[in-house]
Design a protein around this ligand. Structure first.
Ligand SMILES: CC(=O)N[C@H]1[C@@H](OP(=O)(O)OP(=O)(O)OC[C@H]2O[C@@H](n3ccc(=O)[nH]c3=O)[C@H](O)[C@@H]2O)O[C@H](CO)[C@@H](O)[C@@H]1O[C@H](C)C(=O)N[C@@H](C)C(=O)N[C@H](CCC(=O)O)C(=O)O
Ligand SMILES: Nc1ncnc2c1ncn2[C@@H]1O[C@H](COP(=O)(O)OP(=O)(O)OP(=O)(O)O)[C@@H](O)[C@H]1O
Length: 511
């Protein structure tokens, strides 16, 4: 049964291309839309999505019980069956419920996205960092810019508290609600991470991006996408929705695909190949990176207060966005000395006099090994590293974490992150079991805050302290509860303590 579109159907016009048929009375009012029956309340529209574990169509009854007045789905048989049972509810049969969810969500949020400029960032590594750099530079340049991604949802000033449904790219109904919230705060530009899974699940369907940014492509999420090719095709979809593309020309994963298919304005960046914006003569310095920037045959000497070659790539991507937005290098360069990445990604903590201190999110053996490679060019007297076992995640990673840093630091503090239901002492001892030859200069401190102070207490002039683990999160999970926690509070406590020496005392945890 197929209905022709008619204006009297009382349905938002946005659903026109998705609509197959409707049964039941059009509701007087629809106040919200959701893909999860548990989040539906009075006057809601529930969209049935087939997932990996279950099928949203099984929860129609629950959604109606919770107050749904409209149901959207693609299973004709189930929809008709339920329409007979709930004659006061409108059932809308569509071609693709995920697309309908995105379109209808946009409508219910007054198409807020159309009143703002959108920038999408995709790639395997660097999305969160590039997103933070773009937000930082554009705000500095006077464009009120918000961001959405792994680091949360930010307006131009600070992080907004909200419930997260996905780790990075929100489901479309949540995304449009965030966009409306941004618009209400006078945000005129939003930069967002576009993950392959988010793109594949149509969370960004119907959005139009002024600029799409590519970082790089390496195998990831193959359990979800099946093949590397399918993973790449999902990421490439972002560029079909954009006017301008910013492409890392050094990346072998997908740059050629974008360059050969993209029809709009192109900006390239890189270090090893000629690009619109190219960096050369890279040098790691005490507090950041310096290099020469080549833009259209002009050379500019640049310093940015961030470490690591990968972050120079991330910076180049962000700079291309500013240039594509019409700023000149002269207008943007005064902002470089204040460039800020996302919390906890090679984040320099400047407050500790005569010592260098870095927070980094690495909490796996591979990430720790990469971190130790990245900091190599930084001059320091002694290296002090704090590593963490994680209570709520794979136990099997604890011992390898110790192995990754063994013999590569002068002092190693071992602590526990998110102990969950585990005794932090046990977590710490599991990590320590991974040291193969010696536990000399290994300091077990089960409480993360105390461990930070211990690391700071051990540091002398000229030393480098690496604080690793899940430090960008503002809570610790302890016995199923999120307990407010921030690394930075402990840094401040140490610096303001009249007796910092007391943190040097040993804490004995071996049982
Ligand atoms: C693997 C994956 O992508 N899962 C997504 C998928 O879940 P699923 O297939 O398991 O759903 P399901 O449990 O079978 O349920 C099917 C439907 O029934 C609904 N339901 C279920 C139970 C109920 O009582 N009532 C009800 O309505 C569910 O809300 C859902 O709509 O469909 C759901 C609804 O559309 C998504 O929210 C969910 O994302 C989950 C939360 C998730 O964590 N996804 C991760 C993998 C993800 O998207 N990550 C990327 C980052 C990747 C990166 O790091 O690069 C991201 O962008 O965040
Ligand atoms: N451009 C890059 N190239 C290679 N590696 C990078 C790049 N940028 C960041 N990394 C590495 O990836 C890690 C994660 O960076 P970031 O959070 O910015 O990436 P992401 O794509 O958002 O990943 P996630 O979604 O897992 O957070 C960093 O700690 C760093 O080790």
């Amino acid at each position: 049964m197929t209905y022709d579109w008619s204006p009297n159907m009382n349905l938002p016009h946005v659903l026109k291309d998705q609509l197959l048929s409707t049964i039941g009375p059009a509701p007087k009012e629809v106040t919200h839309i959701n893909y999860d029956s548990r989040k539906i309340t009075n006057n809601g529209c529930f969209v049935c999505i087939k997932g990996d574990n279950t099928d949203g169509h099984l929860f129609i009854e629950k959604a109606v019980f919770q107050g749904a007045v409209q149901i959207i789905g693609d299973n004709q048989e189930v929809m008709i069956e339920n329409a007979k049972r709930y004659s006061d509810v409108q059932f809308i049969l569509v071609r693709e419920p995920k697309k309908a969810l995105a379109l209808y969500s946009s409508y219910l949020q007054s198409h807020a996205h159309k009143q703002m400029s959108l920038i999408g960032v995709t790639g395997t590594f660097g999305k969160t960092t590039i997103t933070a750099y773009i937000r930082n530079l554009l705000n500095g340049a006077g464009i009120k810019t918000g961001s959405i991604g792994t680091a949360g949802v930010w307006d131009h000033k600070s992080s907004l508290s909200l419930h997260r449904s996905t780790p990075t790219t929100p489901e479309s109904s949540d995304l449009h609600a965030h966009l409306k919230r941004m618009r209400n705060r006078d945000i005129s530009c939003v930069v967002m991470e576009a993950t392959s899974i988010g793109l594949d699940q149509e969370r960004l369907f119907g959005l139009h991006f002024d600029i799409a940014v590519h970082s790089n492509l390496h195998p990831e999420h193959l359990d979800y996408h099946g093949t590397f090719e399918q993973y790449k095709q999902a990421k490439l979809r972002l560029f079909e929705q954009a006017n301008v593309a910013v492409v890392n020309i050094d990346d072998e994963g997908m740059s050629k695909d974008i360059l050969s298919t993209f029809k709009g304005e192109l900006w390239t960046y890189g270090i090893h190949h000629n690009a619109t914006v190219q960096a050369e003569n890279l040098k790691a310095t005490q507090n950041g990176s310096s290099f020469d920037l080549l833009i259209k045959d002009e050379k500019h000497h640049i310093f940015i207060p961030v470490l690591g070659t990968h972050n120079i790539y991330n910076f180049l991507a962000s700079l291309c966005v500013c240039l594509a937005k019409g700023f000149t290098i002269q207008e943007i360069s005064p902002l470089f000395h204040k460039l800020e990445g996302p919390p906890g990604r090679l984040q320099l903590i400047p407050e500790f006099p005569d010592r260098k201190m870095i927070f980094d999110f690495s909490h796996t053996p591979v990430a720790l090994e990469n971190l130790l490679k990245t900091i190599k060019p930084i001059p320091y007297k002694r290296l002090i590293i704090m590593i963490t076992g994680i209570g709520i995640r794979e136990k099997s990673l604890r011992a390898p974490i110790a192995k990754a840093v063994e013999g590569r630091a002068d002092e190693i503090i071992v602590t526990a992150d998110h102990p969950g239901d585990e005794d932090p002492v046990v977590v710490v001892n599991d990590v320590i079991a991974g040291f193969e030859t010696t536990t000399k200069n290994v300091h077990p401190v089960p409480n993360r805050g105390e461990a930070i102070k211990k690391a700071m207490g051990l540091a002398k002039e000229g030393d480098l302290i690496l604080i690793t683990g899940l430090c960008m999160e503002e809570f610790q999970i302890i016995k199923g509860k999120k307990v407010p926690y921030h690394d930075y509070d402990h840094v401040k406590e140490f610096l303001h303590s009249s007796k910092p020496q007391e943190y040097l005392r040993e804490v004995s945890v071996y049982k």
